[in-house]
Write a protein that binds this ligand. Structure first.
Ligand code: ADP
Ligand code: MG
Ligand code: MG
Length: 478
């Protein structure tokens, strides 16, 4: 697999002494501005350590960056429409639901709530659409669209300032003009406060649903700090799903009540993977929230619209046109899709299996999961497809063409790793944040609010920062 290359923003290598010195400064800058995470090995609420970061901002073509930014409201609206099309969701997910218990549990909550009558017709989406550049032109291709717990908007907001500091320390302040501002944090928080205002009850509270242990604490707390500063009257509580089970109730108006107060907005930073529902209590809590008048971020149909299966279905013939009409917007969206194939038991599913068995390296096999580390690559794709060839389990996966992004040489700074790090080949994934608030028939707000760049070793299949594989970065526009 030969991959194209982009030049780093400064000639490398940097001189040893300069490098060691600037890394020391950069680490302190990071720690003192919350570019950090809790230590997984030695967890303590008294300390944070640096989050892995790339020393120099990674190059990204301006036109492709702009394209992603401009498409975000279009994609927000598309996903909003998909989420409100019950028939499409059912049709798209039905085979996966037979074999994927987690997605089925989410789906069953949606059906139950719909049958009872939806108490809150507004949904809040804090979305992130992710892209890799594809070799042969470096055009962006969508990796996935996240509708739940889209992370790193907050920390990424600080990243351009960190890169600017580093470039100035290296005597290259002139390069700063290539770095776009990032206002993701303010934009995401404005989504939460706008939803709060639409809820229309000044004494209500906002709940962040969090993991039992939050390693990515900086990224979550920044939202709380920002809202506390801009809207001091809004009280924010952090609760696990289990705490929600124990501490909330629905009153006769279907308000979700906690500490005697109604909940206006429930913002999930947990609840996107099976391990976060260790017992029926967490599922009961999720159902209770979904039944309530609280505005959910995301509501359960938004979460279902963010499944890989929906992404694959959207790439099918005529589907974008059904949601968006046949105009320029749908061809702009189609242009960012790469090959996406269903593995259902029908003719096209069989064809996809054949195709993948012939050249497994060309594909990624994806289950209906979030949070990184779930996909299969290379020979694992082949092994899994041989194993599942005659099993219904196959329908819980999609097959996706593997995107081959250009390489950039760079330094990744990691907590506890030797300084200076070696120069390594890296690839970057751009995420664009979007905010949408609306009901089936009326959209109140629909915006692009900022970006993140996450960079990983070129030979790593995945690059989740929280999973320890990727590093935070910021784009240097070419
Ligand atoms: P998740 O919801 O778990 O984040 P993703 O679809 O984003 O799932 O996949 C995780 C990671 O796997 C991505 O960040 C990217 O690094 C890699 N990846 C996913 N799809 C592709 C693809 N089609 N081509 C190349 N890499 C991919
Ligand atoms: Mg995801
Ligand atoms: Mg992802």
């Amino acid at each position: 697999m030969s991959q194209a290359r982009l030049a780093s923003c400064l000639p490398l290598p940097l001189e040893h002494k300069v490098l060691v010195n600037v890394i020391e400064k950069a680490k302190d800058w990071a720690l003192m501005h919350g570019v950090g995470m809790r230590d997984k090995k030695q967890f303590s609420k008294d300390s944070i350590q640096i989050a892995p970061f790339v020393l120099l901002p990674s190059p990204f073509p301006q036109t492709e960056f702009n394209k992603a930014v401009e498409l975000q409201p279009v994609l927000n609206e598309l996903m909003h429409k998909v989420a409100h099309d019950d028939e499409f969701l059912e049709h798209t997910l039905q085979n996966a639901l037979q074999v994927d218990e987690f997605t089925a549990n989410l789906y069953n909550i949606w059906v139950k709530v719909r049958n009872e009558g939806v108490a809150q017709s507004l949904s809040l989406g804090l979305f992130r659409s992710d892209y890799l550049m594809q070799k042969g032109g470096n055009h962006i291709k969508q990796v996935e669209f996240n509708t739940v717990a889209s992370s790193f908007g907050a920390i990424s907001t600080n990243l351009p300032a960190m890169s600017r500091y580093i470039l100035r320390q290296l005597g290259h302040g002139d390069l700063i003009k290539h770095m776009p501002e990032n206002r993701a944090l303010a934009g995401l928080c404005a989504g939460i406060t706008e939803a709060f205002d639409l809820f229309g009850s000044p004494d209500a509270v906002v709940v962040f649903v969090v993991e039992e242990v939050s390693y990515n604490i900086c990224d979550q707390r920044f939202h709380e700090f920002h809202i506390s500063e801009t809207r001091p009257e809004i009280q924010i509580l952090r609760k696990t799903l289990n705490e929600l089970y124990e501490e909330t109730e629905l009153n006769d108006k279907k308000q979700l009540i906690i500490d005697g107060k109604p909940v206006a907005v429930v913002y999930y930073r947990s609840g996107y993977e099976p391990a976060q529902y260790p017992s029926s209590r967490e599922w009961d809590a999720r159902l209770r929230v979904e039944r309530s008048t609280a505005i959910k971020c995301p509501s359960i149909h938004y979460q279902l619209a963010g499944t890989k299966k929906v992404q694959q279905a959207l790439a099918g013939p005529g589907v974008l046109e059904k949601f968006m009409g046949a105009g320029a917007a749908s061809s702009r969206v189609r242009d960012i899709f790469t090959g996406l194939y269903s593995l259902d038991f029908d003719e096209s599913g069989e064809r996809a299996v054949e195709m993948a068995l012939e050249d497994a390296e060309r594909f990624v096999l994806k289950p209906q999961r979030e949070g990184g580390g779930n996909n299969l690559y290379g020979s694992d794709v082949r092994d899994a497809l041989i194993r599942m060839r005659h099993s219904r389990e196959r329908a819980a996966y999609i097959l996706m063409e593997r995107i081959l992004p250009p390489l950039v040489a760079g330094y990744v700074v990691r907590p506890g790793a030797p300084v200076p790090p070696p120069i390594t080949d890296l690839v970057s994934e751009l995420g664009i944040f979007g905010v949408i608030i609306g009901t089936k028939d009326k959209i109140f707000s629909n915006k692009q609010v900022g970006h993140m760049l996450r960079t990983k070793l070129a030979d790593a299949n995945e690059g989740g920062v929280a999973a320890g594989l990727g590093a935070l970065d910021s784009p240097y526009l070419l």
